[in-house]
Ligand binder design. Structure first.
Ligand code: FAD
Ligand code: SF4
Ligand code: SF4
Length: 471
């Protein structure tokens, strides 16, 4: 018998593109209860539930969807929170198309879109937040003797380790270098994609578990790693990959050439999008070129548009097919009028007479055989150079590890790429009692992969401290 379920996801309301390019308010409004239930009804509750294996933190997806379908939302959020301490964040930013939704049975049926798992997760998390009497944190195990754990970095990996260990009764303190916790969720991903009140809300719920948080604490500078080692039973390092990479083409030092990290940090963390309320303006060009086509590039180009650029362009050396950005962000960028130059790479930033960038000389590329990343290697086409006028360039070609802590901790073994060498199953590093996870181990990846690493490390740290205390 043919299954009768709508083949498309239940549509979701969004801000009109022409309106939203002038503000930083969230683009996607979220489902109403009625829409969420309609979408939940598309789930087949398959006994093999491949979606669970597609989620790096193994959320009981059919379980939370079934509870939602029965309108038992307090049960639904309880199920989600058993697995995920940041459901409102993940529902918004996970690359669902390559994770849970990528393997959903409905999506594998001819002409069908998968169940909108991310949007349902977001709905349940947002609903719980507006019904605070329901979203009570799980009971903290009162067992202060269990041990003390220091977490370095408050991004998704650090927050997950901290929450999971606090739930198991550990005394946990997070040390964060910046003045606001959240890592990339706070300083990288813009407000129109992930409102900061939502990040703050989920961090507050973690603090309510008893997790302490010290801001402006740069481990390796203001507090030494030896100080942490003498006070804590175990340490987790989740310092991310926040150092920008550069193309290193001639003209990189011209005025108007930025790294996306600097550009987005000024906008998000320093609130330059709220100038003059915040006295931290940022200069925006009329014609902006962003180099790269990942989430960071989409965020930079869309932010530039919202801050007044007349034209915001993306230049990418591969084709649309190899673009690493979340598909939803790409669609939104297209709707907003971002101009894409595929198979194009900058070779020089050209100077006006006053040290400012005025144009970008580019070369056309073609795709060769796949490289180590599995994507086809871009190869320059001889004599194909051309120039695009631009008075601002933002490079978003990737990040690498932050060296502040690594330089202060030479015993810690690094891999050839300069990231911490850690066991993928436990996060165990070369130093006893020191664990690591997230981007500082894998290189720049995703929120949910960092959280998955945090979960596994929490389990391993619990086993390590428990076995040490038994001796
Ligand atoms: P981070 O989030 O980088 O957090 C590390 C924290 O450690 C930071 O707060 C840093 O200040 C702190 N720290 C560093 N050194 C020290 C020190 N010495 N002492 C104390 N604290 C320190 N992923 C997605 O899944 N979906 C997306 O849509 C998405 N969009 C992105 C957009 C942008 C602009 C960027 C930059 C990344 C995006 N990512 C996205 C990637 C994702 O955000 C990261 O993979 C994830 O945040 C990594 O988490 P983490 O815990 O490893 O580190
Ligand atoms: Fe899917 Fe991410 Fe939610 Fe897991 S956390 S179910 S991968 S949206
Ligand atoms: Fe529902 Fe899709 Fe998971 Fe099946 S795979 S249980 S249809 S979400």
């Amino acid at each position: 018998m043919a299954l009768k379920i709508p083949n498309k996801k239940t549509p979701i309301a969004e801000q009109e593109p022409q309106k939203r390019i002038h503000n930083f308010k969230e683009v996607v409004f979220g489902y109403t209860l009625e829409e969420a239930i309609t979408e939940a009804n598309r789930c087949l509750q398959c006994p093999t539930h491949p979606c669970i294996a597609g989620c790096p933190v193994s959320i009981d997806i059919p379980g939370f969807i079934l509870a939602l379908r029965k309108q038992n939302l307090s049960e639904s959020i309880k199920i989600l929170k058993n697995y995920n301490n940041l459901p409102a964040v993940c529902g918004r930013v996970c690359p669902q198309e390559s994770q849970c939704e990528g393997v959903c049975t409905v999506g594998l049926m001819k002409d069908h879109e998968p169940v909108a798992i991310g949007k349902l997760e977001r709905f349940v998390a947002d609903w719980a937040a507006s019904h605070e009497e329901i979203e009570r944190p799980p009971e903290r195990v009162e067992e202060s003797e269990k041990g003390k754990v220091a977490v370095v970095g408050s991004g998704p990996s650090g927050l997950t380790v901290a929450a999971d260990l606090a739930k198991r009764g550990y005394q946990v303190k997070i040390f964060e270098a910046l003045h606001a916790p959240g890592g990339v969720l706070m300083y990288g991903i813009p407000e129109f994609r992930l409102p900061k009140v939502i990040v703050e809300r989920e961090i507050n719920a973690i603090k309510e578990l008893g997790v302490e948080l010290e801001k402006d604490a740069v481990i390796g500078k203001t507090i030494t790693i030896e100080e942490l080692r003498s006070e804590y039973d175990a340490i987790f390092i989740g310092t991310g990959a926040g150092t920008p990479r550069f193309m290193n083409v001639p003209g990189t030092n011209l005025n108007g050439v930025y790294s996306a990290s600097e550009f987005l940090t000024r906008i998000n963390l320093m609130h330059s999008y709220e100038f003059p309320k915040y006295d931290t303006p940022i200069r925006i060009g009329k014609r902006v070129i962003v180099v790269g086509a990942g989430n960071v590039a989409m965020d930079a180009s869309r932010s530039a548009l919202r801050l007044g650029a007349e034209k915001s362009m993306i230049v990418y050396r591969r084709s649309e097919k190899e673009m690493p950005a979340r598909i939803e962000e790409y669609h939104h960028a297209v709707q907003e009028g971002i101009e894409f130059h595929w198979l194009t790479s900058p070779v020089e930033y050209i100077e006006d007479k006053n040290g400012n960038v005025t144009a970008v000389r580019c070369i056309k590329m073609r795709l060769g055989e796949p490289d180590a990343s599995g994507r086809r290697r871009p190869i320059p086409i001889e004599n194909s150079e051309f120039t695009i006028e631009a008075d601002m360039v933002i490079e978003a070609i990737g990040q690498t590890s932050n060296k502040v802590l690594l330089n202060a901790f030479p015993e810690l073994k690094l891999n050839k790429r300069g990231y911490i060498e850690a066991d993928p199953e436990t996060g165990k590093t070369s130093v006893e009692g020191v664990y690591a996870g997230g981007d500082i181990v894998t290189g720049a990846a995703t929120v949910i992969l960092a959280m998955g690493a945090g979960k596994r490390a929490a389990q391993a740290i619990d086993e390590y401290i428990s076995s040490k205390k038994k001796v």
